[in-house]
Design a protein around this ligand. Sequence first.
Ligand SMILES: C[S@@+](CC[C@H](N)C(=O)[O-])C[C@H]1O[C@@H](n2cnc3c(N)ncnc32)[C@H](O)[C@@H]1O
Length: 294
Amino acid sequence: MGISGLKLWQWRVDAKTEAVAANIEPAEVDWLLQEVSSLDRLTLRLESFKIWHEVELKLPFESLEKLWNRRITERVPVQYLIGKTPWRNYHLNVSPAVLIPRPETELMIEIAKGAGVHLKTGHWADLGTGSGAIAIGLADEFPQAMIHAVDYSKAALFMAQKNAQECGFANQIQFYQGSWFEPLEALKGQLSAMVSNPPYIPNDEVLQLQPEVTKHEPHLALAGGKDGLDCIRHLVSTAPQYLHPGGIWLIEMMAGQAEAVTQLLKQQGCYKNISIIPDLAGIERFALANLIGK
Ligand SMILES: C[S@@+](CC[C@H](N)C(=O)[O-])C[C@H]1O[C@@H](n2cnc3c(N)ncnc32)[C@H](O)[C@@H]1O
């Protein structure tokens, strides 16, 4: 399927204008174009394709127009339109069944790397795996560890498994459907680490987020109860039965929750080395601790 360079150039100009008017990042037009055409970022930036007789498209031009229209009118995130998102050095499959993994979550893998130097060969859990991003990141950094990825959503697990397979980690990640630690009963007292990016947004706030999130991302991935801390409370109180002494407890949380999470960990009485780590924007985003005992 081809289209004249000039026609596509004009469409791109119009789409960028629409994006600005709709308060959408105009760069998303090029993101979409790179996925559906043979054009690369430099060619788009230089606009050299404008004089080409034909630009190859992977879909009919009308379908491209429809996709962009859904971005503008329905506020569907561009990642769901494309069905892919970049995360660390991967290109992960995403659908509305899974939360789009965020760039700040990439930092969890670096934190785990630093904290888990002595625990490279054990059993690691990614609770609430969604697209499988964290499990894949852990499998990549800890090639000798076995990663156990849990999610309550069957549809999310399907996507996570597909991603693990495509990234080459199918043999290193085991998937379980169920609630938090529940499916990992057989690993009680044996986990080297629990890593989780749980739902942590207060229920009332979920509906006030941008429409891309509230209308399209799964609510199961977002809402964390009245104060947003329901899942984190559960992970604080349950992890001591599953981690081995010295095991790592690492979560992502929302801005403003650091104090409450620190208190929960202290009150539980089983944790040491409790620390709060900021993301690249300086927001207190991650809580890290070790189970007492080593
Ligand atoms: C914020 S998303 C994180 C997804 C992914 N780990 C990431 O960082 O992009 C939270 C995930 O927790 C899952 N979840 C919600 N409640 C759960 C439960 N009770 N047990 C297991 N997973 C749950 C959701 O389905 C969702 O995939």
